[in-house]
Each structure stands twice: as C-alpha cells, then as structure tokens.
Design a protein around this ligand. Sequence first.
Ligand SMILES: C[S@@+](CC[C@H](N)C(=O)[O-])C[C@H]1O[C@@H](n2cnc3c(N)ncnc32)[C@H](O)[C@@H]1O
Ligand code: SF4
Length: 310
Amino acid sequence: MPPASSFRQYTYYASWFLRSKLGMKHPLVNTMIIHYACNLRCQHCAISSSTEDIPKEGSTMSFDAASREMRAEYEKGAKILFFEGGEPTIWRDGDKGLGDLIAEGRRIGYYVIGYTTNGTGRIFEESDVLSISLDGPREVHDRIRGPGVYDKLMANLEMTDHPNIFANMVVMRPNLDKVRETAEVVKANPRIRGLMLNFLTPPPYDISLTLEEKAQVVNEALQLRKEKLPILNTERALKELLIEDYSKKCPYWVSSFTLPDGSKHYGCPMQGTESCKHCGFDAVREYRLILAGNVQTITRMSRRFALSTR
Ligand SMILES: C[S@@+](CC[C@H](N)C(=O)[O-])C[C@H]1O[C@@H](n2cnc3c(N)ncnc32)[C@H](O)[C@@H]1O
Ligand code: SF4
C-alpha cells in the first residue's frame, strides 16, 4: 500500500482525537511483543528475569500470527505499530525476521512503524522510528546491560544515517546521578535526536527510586532542557512522572498489546497490578496530555512519532 499522505495522517489523528472526546475510545497504537527472547540480561528488566518461568510454547509469535494480529488491530483503527520484546531485532520465524514484519505492517497500511532495541543487532533502516535503550555513559550502561554493549550500540549507530532515532533511558538507582552525562552523550551524537527519560517500573523494587529522588531527577531534567540538552519529555509529562499512583489517570486504552502467545490486552498488560501503581513510563503521561489537548505535547510528540518518514 502506498504511504498515506501527511494530510491523510493528520486528518485521521484529528478524527481519532475527536471521537475519543465523544467517548468512542479505541487504540491508536498497536504494540506487538513478538517474543521474549533476548541476547542480554539487563539488571532492571522484568522480562529477562522471568524468562525461565515463561513456557517455551507461546513465547514466540509466528509470522502468520503476527500478520493476522497486525491486520486485525489496523482494521479496528490502530495506525501506529511498535515492535517490542525481548529483543525484536533477533526475532526469527524460519527465513523471516523483523524486516519482514515491518514490510508486512507497511503493506497493511500502518502510518508509522517503529521498534525498541538494545542496539546490539543490525539497524532496520526501513523502520520510521527507532527507540534505542541508553541507560548511561559507557561504564554505567555496561554495568546495567553487560560488558561491551555500549561500544556495540555506538558502533551500530555509526553505520546508519537513519533520521529518527531517539534514546530511551530508565532512571533507577544504578544510574541516578548519570542523567546529565547521558544527555551529553546524546547531544554529542548526531545520530540520536534526543533522550526520553523514564523511571523504573518495578519489579525489581530494590533499585527503584524514592519519590524524593525522582523529584531531583525531574528538576535536573527541567534544568537540562533549559540548557538546551536534548530531553524529549515535555515539561508537563516530567512533572506527571511524580504522580505516585498514575493508574487512575492512565489512558491505558491508547495502545493495544499483543503478547507472543496471541493473547491481547486492550491497554497495558500491567494494568491492575501492583507494578501499575508505580509506573514510570513517560509515554503514558504524554498520551494523557495529548488527550487533554495539551498543545505543546501534541506538536512535539506528533513531530517525533506520528508521521511516516518513509
Ligand atoms: C523490555 S525492553 C525491549 C526492547 C529492547 N530489548 C531494549 O532493551 O530496548 C523495552 C524498554 O523497556 C525498558 N525496561 C526494561 N525493564 C524495565 C522496567 N522494569 N521498568 C521500566 N522500563 C524497563 C528497557 O530499558 C527498554 O528501554
Ligand atoms: S535488552 Fe531489553 S529485553 Fe533484553 S534484558 Fe535488556 S531490557 Fe530486557
């Protein structure tokens, strides 16, 4: 299918916004967790720490199942597709890999396709958006993610001129005092457009931050923005990261989640759990602000994530 024009994309987003105001709420984003497998075992990752408990059967989505689910969510109204894992770049089904899933999403008609990655695998240039995980400068990133991971990520970035790569940092005890340095790494790297800050969503609880520590990070991030360091979170969303229990405010329905076994969550898979009360995910704050009509959030986030770059 040829890419939708920017006009068509904006018109669709505007109608989605208006319909949601009238109570007709349906997901705009389809998040596909295509498998749980990963080549790393990061300190903070709830998925990697529980992979032994996940039955092998149903831990990887087949290409056909993924295609079916992508089409079903598209027909229900989702127009933004994100692949997640585990590590999406190492997903395989026979001779098919992530590039085939992206191509299939494009054929179906999704406006924007992206994926989140630890950056150790190849870069899929055909994706509109790449979210790479960066949890600190070299030493701290590698302490959290494993030896050599930082250099591998940076070497892979050297090989691309993709126009829409941003970094995602989870702020937690091991990198609490590294936000400025991480923002400086991003600023110095012409391939990364900005840094999105999130807090850890526990588990694990032992490395998550207290509210006072989170407030320090938010103040620091606001200061970094003033100094023109490339923090992507909007000011309002940063402040909303300090609302302790976001579960009542969370517009969880904005994204559908499909898990590797084909099960679906209309809304976050964490919804209703203890973790949900301690959610540190910035995007849900940005979603809420978009739905509240916050102009700054609408313009900033749509520039980054809502228009096809292909
Ligand atoms: C689950 S990973 C999957 C994609 C890829 N493997 C990666 O590391 O980017 C997606 C994002 O979730 C973050 N993440 C993992 N565990 C988390 C937790 N407990 N709280 C908040 N974010 C977490 C990772 O740092 C990463 O940025
Ligand atoms: S690379 Fe991603 S999925 Fe793998 S352990 Fe780290 S955070 Fe988890």
